[in-house]
Ligand binder design. Structure first.
Ligand code: M6R
Length: 612
């Protein structure tokens, strides 16, 4: 989704830092990019381009960027108005003295636009953002300082925003504000750098300060800054936090795509999700992040997991496991639906938000919805310091490291593992599968590696099926959420129609679709319902449907039933589908490569969905 970077400092390298930062945010998905910067006469200049950040860099002079100490930049993922130069950010007031970059949506923009048009303001874009510079301009007429005008404007905006503003009236200051859209600034030795995501800052400083909702900050070129809570009209003092950063994790290395690199990081992800958290010698699970709420957890009799997309499928996998391990009823709700439901909610219910980015607007809205209910809000989140980590009472980090490909891969495994750990923790050792599962968690990274060793075989399978237009993915029990995840992966990066179904549902409708051109992926790993899955395969075969099965090593039956089989190492019924998931993620990857598609940045999608 949209990305923001702004720089103010003493060195004339603002454009280099802003453009590097925008490049670091490219993985989030965007369709146009732009910058505003101060020239040597302290006037603001604007450059905007449709397409890649590289196009913007070329337009600004390539290696020879104009020297300047102040710049703001933006990558836009279109919401209001198609990707064009007028709709790209920065948006400005008419005389180009106020430039604004904005992430989020201004919900009352049409009302504000009507009001401003009546005052004589002329609009040149279709964006909601354009109301902001005009509104600030409007208030400069009745206030005595720019900061006052900025604050007055903020009071009028409804919706979600991360905003950075540059003004030629105060060339030594940048203004930034946040409401339901992330914003962080870095405190470097000779500059302040503000961005929507710390990955745009990391290269320059690890010292950062996150803004909270209803806060704005004035960033000065001498390195000083003032934060204000404009809801309560108070000055904010906040400690600087230090980012943990592993440069190797954020770069491609020898891999052609981030998605492949991240799939190959699954064994390491499984290891780091459990590192220091399970102890085989004492049969214990220690989750430091839940210690502060351990007492409250004893009284929880219902859990609601809220999440979107892949995170919701990991949530569903967690639902099955927590119920089996801890005997607590769990339900998963798509965050976008949850927030509009009027369901009864008791104080003994815990809500768990699952998210890779920690910035997904729908999941944030779900957390906000229960704010006044007094329920326990937990997080299973990957991005350290993200909005959700600061909205939850407690939680367990996923520790998957940065995930850059739009298609979530390794994060799914970290989320599933952490939910498994929460189930083990809540079960307090009472479940029959407690000890076997602890042991299996230790063994899983090596088994995952064995699946990855079959990449060439999976690539050949992808070549064989790459021209099919429809797929169905089926599984029973623990394999069902994994089937859903297999299907979303195929559709989002290959644009092939794919659906996930519980295997038992085939005969209740989807079977009508099956013919010789409609292949089915069947997760047929060892489980107590394997015989039933065989039944589903027979039904598909009887309609001439091609079957690709993922089965457990040593299964001699399956080759007689399926057209193609990929074997995964023997594991528990609960964990085998995770090994099958690696096969499905690799399959999608290789189909996308065979079709020469943009694997890491599929069309129409964004990595972090920060609008509702
Ligand atoms: O950052 P989150 O985990 O909250 O993101 C949730 C979904 O937007 C995300 O998983 C999406 O479905 C992925 N692109 C799927 O690969």
């Amino acid at each position: 989704m949209c990305g923001i970077v702004g720089y103010i400092g003493e060195q004339p390298k603002a454009l280099n830092v802003v453009l590097d930062g925008l490049s670091a945010l490219e993985y989030r998905g965007y369709d146009s990019a732009g910058v505003a910067y101060l020239d040597n006469k302290k006037q603001l200049l604007l450059d905007k381009q449709v397409g890649r950040v590289q196009g913007l860099i070329d337009s600004l002079g390539g290696a020879d960027l104009p020297p300047t100490t102040t710049a703001i930049g933006h990558t836009r993922w279109a919401t209001h108005g198609i990707p064009t130069i007028p709709n790209a950010h920065p948006q400005s007031n008419t005389d180009k003295t106020i430039m604004v970059v904005h992430n989020g949506i201004i919900e009352n923009y049409s009302e504000l636009r009507d009001h401003l048009e009546k005052q004589g303001y002329k609009f040149v874009s279709e964006t909601d953002t354009e109301v902001i510079p005009h509104l600030i301009d409007f208030y400069t007429r009745t206030t005595t300082s720019f900061v006052e005008a900025f604050e007055q404007a903020l009071h009028q905006l409804r919706g979600a925003y991360g905003i950075v503003v540059a003004t030629s009236a105060e060339p030594d200051t940048l203004y930034a504000a946040r409401l339901s859209s992330p914003l962080v600034f870095g405190v470097a030795e000779d500059a302040l750098i503000v961005a929507s995501d710390p990955s745009a800052i990391m290269e320059h400083t690890k010292k950062v300060i996150y803004l909270n909702d209803y806060e704005f900050v004035c960033l000065h070129s001498d390195g000083s800054y003032d934060i204000k809570d404009f809801e309560h009209d108070t000055v904010v003092e906040r400690e600087v936090e230090t980012l943990e950063y592993d440069a190797a994790q954020a770069s491609l290395g020898d891999y052609p795509h981030f998605m492949l690199k991240e799939i190959f990081e699954i064994p390491a992800t499984l290891r780091s999700a459990t590192l220091g958290r399970i102890k085989l010698e004492s049969n214990t699970v220690k989750l430091g992040g839940l210690e502060s709420v351990a007492e409250q957890l004893k009284y929880i009799d219902r859990i609601v997991i809220v999440a979107c997309g892949t995170a919701s499928y990991a949530g569903m996998y967690g639902e099955y496991l927590i119920e089996e391990l801890a005997g607590i009823p769990v339900e998963v709700q798509q965050a976008s639906e949850f927030k509009y439901r009027n369901e009864p909610f008791s104080r003994s219910t815990a809500l768990i938000a699952v998210s890779q980015s920690g910035e997904t607007a729908d999941t944030i809205a779900a957390l906000k919805k229960v704010e006044s209910y007094g329920v326990l809000r937990l997080g299973v989140i990957n991005a350290v310091g993200s909005t959700m980590t600061r909205m939850t009472d407690a939680g367990v980090y996923c520790h998957a490291g940065p995930e850059q490909a739009v298609a979530s891969t390794k994060a799914f495994f970290a989320q599933a593992t952490v939910l498994m750990l929460i189930g083990l923790y809540l079960s307090n050792g009472r479940s029959e599968i407690y000890k076997p599962l602890l042991e299996e968690l230790e063994a899983l990274p090596n088994k995952a590696k064995q699946v990855l060793d079959q990449a060439d075989k999976i690539k050949a399978l992808a070549e064989k099926y790459k021209d099919n237009r429809d797929f169905i993915y089926i599984g029973r029990g623990y394999a069902y959420p994994c089937a859903l995840e297999g299907a979303i992966k195929l559709k989002e990066i290959t644009y092939i129609h794919a659906e996930g179904y519980p295997a038992g549902e085939m005969k209740h409708g989807p079977l009508a679709l099956i013919d010789e051109n409609f292949p089915t992926f069947v997760i047929a790993t060892d489980s107590k319902v394997l015989e039933k899955t065989y039944g589903s395969i027979q039904e598909i075969r009887a309609r001439k449907g091609p079957v690709i099965a993922i089965a457990t090593e040593g299964n001699t039956e399956i080759a007689k039933l399926a057209d193609d089989v990929i074997y995964v190492p023997k594991s528990m019924e609960q964990t085998s589908p995770l090994l099958a998931e690696i096969v499905m993620q690799l399959f999608s990857y290789y189909v996308a490569v065979a079709k020469d598609l943009n694997v890491d940045r599929p069309r129409n999608l964004a990595k972090s969905v920060t609008v509702e």
